[in-house]
Design a protein around this ligand. Structure first.
Ligand code: AQP
Length: 356
């Protein structure tokens, strides 16, 4: 019988079984992708692909509809996100790239995990609190509350062992571990892996260009708060020039950025784009005014992002080809997911008859 109450990681089921390393991660096509998505997620995804581990990447359209999406825009944004993945270096022949709703196992496993997870766990999620802040939470969709359970299903459907994400998804991943552990405990079988988050590098928490306390987000009402992967060079330069900063020059060491959220953000963005560390950026720019640092940052951002947006534009001219690639990816994803879902159903006690 399933236990009630607070999440607990059940130590007995954490470590003993070893699973084949497999990476899974996703991005919501809930708007155009941002520099935050690129540095915190997409670029990591490409690195993992290059490491030769099996990589499965998903455009999580089921997650996107937890808040209202115009259907035509959702279709466009899903294709555009697929184009961004490919333009950033995801090779659909080496990685599996697909949109979530084409593999029905995500929704099926999510339902089973909804019955394992506890409601109280969901109410404690800061993303749910942030997304309902200042609004009537009772009027948000049930899907928004259950979002982390679907995310656990995304990962566990493939027995993924590692999930590269930005810092903001850490709490959801911890919950996915708790859900897996509770399933294993309740059914007395070490079936699901206890997935490791992979949160690495300077770009794991890119903040808004307008407010250093808020993360850069594709759904922020202010377009000035973010750099979109589709922004042209002039727009990128203008947004960086207008980014909120304080009047002091850059400090002599990273400790000097401690109480300067906006300055720290720009240094982190520079470090993320240059694939270096904030320490190295400070060593180069110590004492510089933002008037000289910002143009250098804009130049770097354009040099990294312009080839991606050019390639995205090219790919978007052939939406049928993008749809074909997503369908092919979904077929490969389904081939991995189906036996894991079948076994889950057996464990839970569902009858699976051959359909005549
Ligand atoms: N600002 C960020 N800095 C670093 N990483 C980020 N990610 C998102 N924003 C930042 C990472 O991108 C991946 C995909 O995120 P998502 O699109 O599934 O959802 P999200 O985290 O809620 O991103 P947004 O842009 O804020 O979307 P909306 O506005 O629709 O909610 C994740 O790995 C995330 O950590």
């Amino acid at each position: 019988m399933a236990s009630q109450g607070a999440p607990a990681v059940h130590p007995a089921v954490q470590t003993s079984k070893s699973f084949t390393p497999r990476i899974f991660s996703g991005i919501q096509p809930s708007g155009g992708l941002t520099l935050g998505n690129y540095l915190g997620a997409l670029r990591r995804f490409v690195e993992k692909q290059e490491e030769g581990i099996e990589t499965i990447y998903c455009l999580v359209d089921l997650h996107a509809i937890t808040v209202w999406q115009d259907p035509e825009r959702l279709r466009h944004q899903t294709r555009e996100a697929a184009a961004a993945f490919i333009a950033a270096g995801i090779d659909p022949a080496r990685s599996i790239l697909f949109n979530q709703s084409q593999v029905t196992g995500h929704a099926e496993l999510a339902w089973i995990l909804n019955c394992v997870a506890r409601i109280g766990w969901m109410y404690r999620m800061t993303q749910f609190k942030d997304k309902t802040a200042g609004k009537n939470a009772e009027n948000s969709s049930l899907g928004l509350l259950a979002y982390p359970s679907l995310m656990a299903a995304d990962i566990l459907l493939y027995h993924a062992t590692h999930v590269p994400v930005g810092e903001d998804q850490k709490q959801h991943l911890e919950l996915a571990r708790d859900i897996a552990a509770k399933f294993n405990h309740d059914y007395g079988e070490e079936f699901f892996p206890i997935t490791e988050p992979v949160i690495e590098g300077a770009g794991t928490r890119v903040m808004s260009l307008r407010d250093g306390a808020k993360k850069m987000s594709k759904s922020d009402p202010s377009d000035q708060s973010r750099i979109n992967l589709t922004d042209d060079a002039d727009t990128i330069a203008r947004k960086i020039r207008k980014a909120v900063t304080d009047p002091a020059p850059l400090p002599e060491s990273v400790e000097g950025l401690k109480d300067r959220a906006e300055a720290r953000n720009l240094v982190n963005i520079y470090a993320g784009l240059a694939a270096t560390t904030p320490e190295a950026v400070i060593a180069e720019f110590a004492g510089a005014q933002f008037g000289s640092f910002k143009p250098k940052l804009a130049e770097l951002a354009v040099s990294v992002l312009a080839p991606i947006s050019t390639e995205m534009n090219r790919l978007m001219r052939d939406p049928a080809e993008i749809d074909r690639l997503l369908g092919e990816g979904a077929g490969r994803a389904d081939a991995i997911a189906a036996p894991i879902l079948d076994r889950t159903k057996d464990i839970v006690g569902f009858i699976r008859s051959r359909r005549g």
